[in-house]
Every structure is written in C-alpha cells, then in structure tokens.
Design a protein around this ligand. Structure first.
Ligand code: SAH
Ligand code: SF4
Length: 410
C-alpha cells in the first residue's frame, strides 16, 4: 500500500482555529471546580443566594456545551456576562498545527500561554478514531522528568506541569475540532451518549508522567467525568503510569479511573534499565500496589503495557514470566510494537516474535491486542510526542540517567 503523507494539512476539513487568547492577562475559568467558580462569582458581587445556580450555569456552559465566549451564555444576565468577560477568560489556547493522518488520526500542537510564573509551552494531543470508540490521548506535562530509554518524550527535559485547565483544554479543543458538542441552544440539552461521541474515551498517555502532576490531573479528570459536564465515564478514562507506586492508591481512591501500567520488563534488572524509576519502585512493590487497586474485577482490569523491543524483552520465556507475574490480578495486556525514533538505538521486534509472545499470553487467558501503531505518518504514535522546544539528544540524557531517577515537581 502506498502511504500518502498528509502532514501539512493544517486544520483540514474545518474552519480555521478560533482567535487566540495568548496575550490575555485575565485568569482562565477553565479547569475550575464548582466551588472555585462560585468563589469567582462572589468576587464579581453575585449574591450568596444565587451562587449555586450561577456556578452551575457556568459549569454547564463551559464543560457541557464547550462555549469559549461569554456572549454565548444566553441564560446568564447580560450585565453579569459583561463583568465575567472583563475579569476572566474562557478562550481556548492557540492551535499551532493540526495534522491529519491518512488513517484518520489527528494530532494537535497546542501553545499554552505564559501565566502565573509558568513559561509558555507547546503540548501535543492525539485523537485516534476506531470502529467502536474515539480515543483522545492527553498530555499531563511538557516533557518528562523520567528517562525511559525507549521513549522520545524521555529525551526532553521537563519544561513544566500542566494546569487542570490546560489538561482539559486538550479535550475541549478535540471536541471543538471534531464537532463533538451537544446541539441546540440551551445548556440543559442531554449529553450525547458515549457511543455516539467522537471523543468517547480519554487516555492519559501523552507526554509526561501523570502521577507526578497528581493534583492537576485529578482535578481535570474529575471535571471530565462529571455527568453535568463533559460526562466521560470513569470507565472510559485510563491513566497510564510508569509506576509511581506511592500515588497508585490515591489514584484509585481519589480519581477512580482505569489504570494502565507501563511494565515493559518482567525482571528488575532489565526494567531498571528501560524504566529507570524501577530502581526506586521495583516490580514486586508495583504488583502489590496493583493488587490493591480498588474496584478491580473481570470487567474492570488493569492494563499492562509492554513495548516489544527486538532482542531486549521479547522472548517466549519472558512471555511466560509475564503471565506468572500477573497471576491473580484482573489484567489486560497491551503489546505495543516499538515506535522507532531517530537515535533511539532500539528496533521493534519481528512480527513473528510478537505473534509468538501474544500467543503465549492469549493461551493463558489474556486478551492481548497488539496495539496497531496509528498516525505513524504524523509521528502521533506512543512515545513519539515531543514538542519542538528543548530537544536534548537521547545519549546525553542517558549518561546522567543513573543519577536522575526523576522526582515529582510543582
Ligand atoms: N508517562 C506515562 C504515560 C505516557 S507514555 C507512562 O509512561 O505510562 C504512554 C505509553 O507509551 C507508555 O506505556 C510508554 O511506555 C509507551 N511508549 C513510550 N515510548 C514508546 C515508543 N517509542 N514506542 C512504543 N511505546 C512507547
Ligand atoms: Fe516519561 Fe512515560 Fe516516556 Fe517514561 S514512558 S519517559 S514516564 S512519558
């Protein structure tokens, strides 16, 4: 099959992105919870007895209907709308590029303006349409403090954590661009059912380690899951971690979304190399945290991601060890063909090797879909997300990787 590169079709099939609020000094309301919205309304002099109702109206316009201009909030009094737009901002961040792959995958490069001492930064989000779902892959940080050797993001220094608003903005932009908001003119219109939405699922699998930006990720995901807003069911939201063990119980208790673990190796010695965080939180501790994750059942399993690296972690013996390791944990296994990037030093396992590995895992009762790489022509695949800023050669980072296991920031 001939692959047609479609990389330069910025903003294909749709009107140009809307005006940019980059230069605005007004604080954004996007990413605020109900209580915080009420607080901002108090600042504008909204009387106490109206607060709940007004905050609820704002909530539904922002997250249920996705408006990005106060003028669209037709059931909010004109005077209040004017006050709101003077004091606050709800515009989207700038879409720098929108790339559309031949397979329908879309990738957005989003420019987050500077605010509150945070530098401006570019971040990527990817949309992957499939026959029964549409998955949005969302970033939690610009860059990453961790240095997993096979990951392109790992070669980029951490620039900064994203705020809840910036994490949510990726979802709002995807919904805008895919025409995925409920129709009609009133915010009380019923939400579109999951299966009919373009963005039915969210995965925190873009740039960054979500559990090193816990508070903002939590706030964003709780807003995304709220039934009066974006209304994405928690069962359709998956948070992927490289194994920040102490934060796994809090993820279950406080966020309650589905969990994915980037495992990639079944022995500590090899995992120490591939996922250096393993030196801090070895496999046995990680498995204990998984076993205790709340709400697990056959219908609610933990996904274990395993990147297939030729001659590194792909033997039949390792497949059998993987099965043994996961015994007793309701699990799904995702075998990810390695997505090469220039200078990575790894190759993807041969197809036959992947099939043999998958067969062993399947025979043990695990459905183990091999994740087909999507959007390869637009570098949208796992581990390839990387903004244009702050490029550091992989070899340079690896030299220092032993010392820097990575720490939470912010
Ligand atoms: N930091 C989190 C989430 C982002 S990475 C984590 O590590 O889980 C999302 C997934 O892509 C992880 O499983 C990661 O290991 C995988 N990945 C990274 N680079 C990759 C590459 N080059 N090819 C295939 N998968 C990769
Ligand atoms: Fe960071 Fe995840 Fe990449 Fe590791 S795989 S460097 S944790 S983004």
């Amino acid at each position: 099959m001939t692959v047609t590169l479609d990389m330069t079709r910025e903003n294909a099939n749709a009107p140009p992105p809307q005006a940019v609020a980059g230069a605005s000094a007004r604080a954004s309301l996007v990413g605020l919870g109900r209580g915080e919205l009420a607080e901002r309304l108090t600042q504008l002099g909204v009387p106490q007895r109206q607060l709940r109702m007004r905050a609820s109206q704002l909530w539904r316009w922002l997250y249920g209907r996705g408006v990005s201009d106060f003028a669209e909030m037709t059931d909010v009094a004109k005077g209040l709308r004017a006050d709101l737009s003077q004091a606050f901002d709800i515009a989207r961040p700038e879409i720098v590029t929108e790339q559309v792959s031949v397979d329908g995958t879309r990738k957005w490069l989003i420019r987050l303006p500077a605010h509150g001492g945070q530098a401006p930064a570019d971040v990527e989000a990817v949309y992957i349409p499939e026959h029964d779902r549409g998955t949005l892959c969302v970033s939690s940080q610009v860059g990453c403090t961790l240095t997993c050797t096979f990951c392109h993001t790992g070669t980029q220094r951490l620039v900064r954590n994203l705020t809840a608003g910036e994490i949510l903005a990726q979802v709002l932009i995807a919904r805008d661009r895919l025409g995925d908001w409920p129709g009609g003119t009133r915010p009380t219109d019923a939400p579109v059912p999951d299966a009919q939405r373009a963005v039915s699922n969210i995965v925190m699998m873009g740039m960054g380690e979500p559990l090193y930006n816990f508070d903002q990720v939590k706030q964003a995901l709780l807003i995304a899951a709220d039934g009066e807003g974006l209304s994405v069911s928690k069962r359709r939201i998956t948070l992927s971690t490289s194994g920040v063990v102490p934060m796994i119980p809090r993820t279950g208790a406080e966020i309650g979304v589905m969990l994915a673990i980037s495992l990639h190796a079944v022995r500590d010695e090899l995992r120490d190399e591939l996922v250096p965080l393993n030196k801090k939180y070895p496999i046995a501790e990680l498995m204990d945290a998984c076993r205790s994750y709340p709400g697990l059942s056959n219908a609610r399993r933990i996904t274990f991601e395993y990147v297939m690296l030729k001659g590194v972690n792909d033997t039949a013996a390792e497949a059998r060890d993987l099965v043994r390791l996961l015994k007793g944990i309701p699990a799904k296994i995702n075998l990810i063909p390695f997505n090469p990037w220039p200078g990575s030093g790894y190759e993807c396992s041969d197809w036959e090797t992947i099939e043999t590995f998958a067969e062993i895992v399947n025979r043990a009762g695990y459905a183990s879909p091999v994740r087909t790489p999507r959007g390869r022509d637009i570098m949208a695949a796992c581990g390839q997300l990387k903004s244009a800023s702050e490029r550091v050669p992989a070899w340079k980072l690896r030299q220092g990787a032993d010392q820097s296991v990575g720490e939470p920031v912010g």
